[in-house]
Design a protein around this ligand. Structure first.
Ligand code: C5P
Length: 282
């Protein structure tokens, strides 16, 4: 085998609850994460050394050791004790530093592709352990299905969620993930309510009752600094979204729709937005 190609799917959080800061500086969270159809593409080819070539939406994205795709490749080679190289081509479509898990998705796709190309033979569980060291969202993205996550993102439970239609509204603002979490600490923010009912309603496909469940505890500190993002949320709800939520630590906002035509119409009216789907899982 000389080449392995993988899609690297973005994610959205249907809810994100921040439970508190831990001794190691991370925060314990609880979140429901689903993969989106929006994806980057990763192609790995056998080579003498390790190199990364990035093409696509954001020319500012690093192609050096700061890129999670390369961090993942190095972490895999160390864990599997493999001394092989690869040329990695990455075609970016997922907005960068947007809260959509783009970097983590690229890392997850590289782990799966190189595990195959290099014949490492690591199990999915072992890949998730390697992925958790690369980034907190990597295990959930590796699962490639709706999962309830806890810990700092490394503990997963598969859950049922119906297929949904999304209008993704990227932003030119920059919000760094560590900043969003430390603003939550600084502002003395609280954790959202127990989302058990929301998880159950989604699992039973009861979309009529889930409207109030879409929530993200990082919205309070991020909206306090960037009130224009709350306006985007309002805009999505005014265009008929069932729920509208900030993606991860932001600044992208996402509106959820049950009807593809309603999503397409909202996206057209709002402008500068991406239509995507999250496929259902039992
Ligand atoms: O794991 P990742 O590298 O994506 O995390 C980036 C930063 O976001 C961490 O260094 C930490 O400051 C913050 N973070 C957190 N709690 C999490 C995930 C991330 O505080 N559960």
């Amino acid at each position: 085998m000389l080449e392995v190609r993988r899609e690297a799917h973005a994610k959205v959080n249907l809810f994100l609850r921040v439970l508190g800061r831990r001794e190691d500086g991370y925060h314990d969270i609880e979140s429901l994460i689903v993969p989106l159809s929006l994806h980057d593409t990763v192609v790995c080819r056998e080579a003498g050394g390790l190199s990364l070539n990035v093409e696509g939406s954001d020319p500012s994205l690093p192609s050096d050791s700061g890129n999670l795709a390369l961090v993942a490749a190095l972490a895999l080679s160390e864990r599997a004790g493999v001394l092989k190289g690869a040329d990695i081509d990455l075609v970016k479509r997922i907005p960068v530093a947007a809260g959509l898990g783009g970097g983590s998705a690229d890392a997850a796709a590289v782990l799966v592709a190189l595990n195959e190309l290099w014949k490492c033979g690591l199990s999915e569980e072992a890949l998730m352990e390697v992925g958790a060291d690369v980034g907190s969202d990597v295990p959930a993205i590796l699962a490639d299905r709706p999962v309830l996550v806890s810990g700092r993102g490394e503990r997963l439970r598969a859950v049922g969620v119906p297929g949904l239609h999304w209008v993704i509204v990227p932003s030119a603002l920059q919000v760094r993930t560590p900043d969003a979490f430390s603003w939550w600490d600084e502002d003395g923010c609280s954790s959202g309510p127990d989302p058990g009912w929301f998880v159950e309603a989604l699992a039973s496909g009861d979309l009529a009752s889930v409207r109030d469940g879409f929530s993200n505890d990082l919205e309070v500190p991020v909206f306090a600094r960037y009130p224009e993002l709350e306006e985007v949320k309002r805009l999505l709800l005014d265009h008929g979204a069932l729920g509208a939520i900030m993606c991860g630590s932001g600044p992208t906002m996402a509106g959820v729709f049950t009807d593809p035509d309603a999503a397409a119409g909202a996206s057209r009216d709002i402008g500068e937005s991406i239509v995507a789907i999250s496929r259902g899982a039992a």
